[in-house]
Design a protein. Structure first.
Length: 177
């Protein structure tokens, strides 16, 4: 009996991992407009993708969440050669230190601006959990569109992220946020 339960659990886990892998997604066309773009810091290509979308006028404003406290806005503007965009349309969030606090910081920013659609930019392997966290914080009031940055994660990174996803999904499902 225990062997069958363990085998069933393994099959469910493996199917879930397959679904998780399929949910990583692909970048969305810049022609699909949203009110705002939110970029979660942490891996290469994320801010670049957000700025590319802003240049394509895919949104009115962008939040970069999880910026180190020592980073100054003009330093990022110079680094990315986008002084005009940073001056007018990019906000930096210094409060977030992990995915859950990214969602908190973003939800506060989205509500303050009254946005109804948000394009979330993060690494492909991070998208399912990040999107789930943000959607949970925003409730049903705001549409969250995932725009994953393609990467080449190691298998262990995917496995670790899948387990983090399962833990948070379980906590949110049980109301244990």
């Amino acid at each position: 009996m225990i062997g069958r339960i363990a085998a069933l659990a393994l099959v469910v886990w493996a199917l879930g991992f397959g679904i998780f892998m399929l949910s990583l997604g692909k970048p969305v066309e810049p022609t699909e407009k949203t009110d705002a773009i939110v970029v979660l810091t942490g891996a290469p290509g994320r801010i670049d993708r957000g700025l590319e979308l802003m240049r394509a006028k895919a949104a009115k404003r962008m939040l970069v969440s999880g910026v180190g406290r020592e980073v100054k806005p003009h330093e990022l503007a110079i680094q990315y050669k986008e002084q005009r965009l940073f001056r007018c349309c990019v906000d930096l969030g210094w409060e977030a230190v992990n995915t859950r606090s990214n969602a908190d910081e973003t939800a506060t920013w989205v509500r303050r601006h009254g946005y109804k659609t948000v394009r979330l930019v993060t690494s492909d392997w991070h998208m399912p959990r990040a999107r789930m966290e943000l959607a949970s914080q925003l409730g049903g009031d705001v549409e969250v569109i995932g725009d994953p940055v393609p990467s080449s994660p190691r298998f262990m990174t995917l496995l670790r992220e899948y387990h983090k996803f399962l833990v948070r999904w379980t906590a949110l499902t049980l109301g244990l946020s």
